[in-house]
Write a protein that binds this ligand. Sequence first.
Ligand code: C2E
Ligand code: MG
Ligand code: MG
Length: 258
Amino acid sequence: QNVIETGALFLRYLPEVDMRTGKVLATEALVRWQHPTRGLLAPDSFIGVAESINLAGELGRWVMRTACADFARWREGGVGLDAVLRVNVSPVQLVADGFAESVAAIVSEFGLPRGSVCLEITESIVVQDIDVTRITLAKLHDVGIQVAIDDFGTGYSVLSLLKSLPVDALKIDKSFVRDLGADPGDLAIVRAIIALAEAFGLQLVAEGVETETAAITLLRHGCHRAQGFLLSRPIASDQMEALLRRGRVSVDFSAGLA
Ligand code: C2E
Ligand code: MG
Ligand code: MG
């Protein structure tokens, strides 16, 4: 019996917010493993192992299916109709045979409209397997599934590929966001990424906003979509549904912007 069959996996959801208004724009599914002896495990501690024993595909399909089922249920109740569901994809999954078809089948089984689901991939895969990646991303694009580059800025440089790959969004890695306002080097990197996103017409999301200073610095430089512990911790499915029903979190960075 593998971890998926034991029923010990579950999802948390991290809201993505427009920091100008507090509106919840998207929600990211994050997998957790309630381990019988080791307690609650974060994905970084088991995704790599799952990949090494060829469970990445099965794990990825479980996450995709479970997140789409939740999202479809919320939508049936009229909740989150203009929100986007974001799902992380591991490198091994993305280049596996039939990946795009399998994602498309799940999304259509749950009747989710074009543009409402976004896959998050990391820079490293894009570079490693560029030919397979290009074909897969094109197929995803054709069926209306969005793609975001996660942890942007930490991997290899995909700057030249941004103009040729069908990518919809960049997510600024949290290592550049955490100390924003204090570290001039981080600000320089963030400003460069903001300019890049603008030039290529990509959506831009800042990850790991923990402080008001970081939020205000991002807003000042024109990045208003963000996620992070300042805005919300990862929350359970029914809490995410309630948050989407409310539609917004409370934010007020206006004093810092004046
Ligand atoms: P990620 O996709 O970049 O997700 C954001 C991670 O940053 C999450 O950690 C989230 O809890 C954390 N985070 C959010 N806001 C803050 C903040 O303000 N401060 C700090 N310090 N952390 C913040 P988590 O859930 O432990 O996930 C870690 C990584 O594991 C994810 O990074 C993603 O790459 C991967 N992952 C998560 N779920 C899945 C999944 O279902 N499949 C795959 N393949 N990978 C996943
Ligand atoms: Mg992510
Ligand atoms: Mg990230």
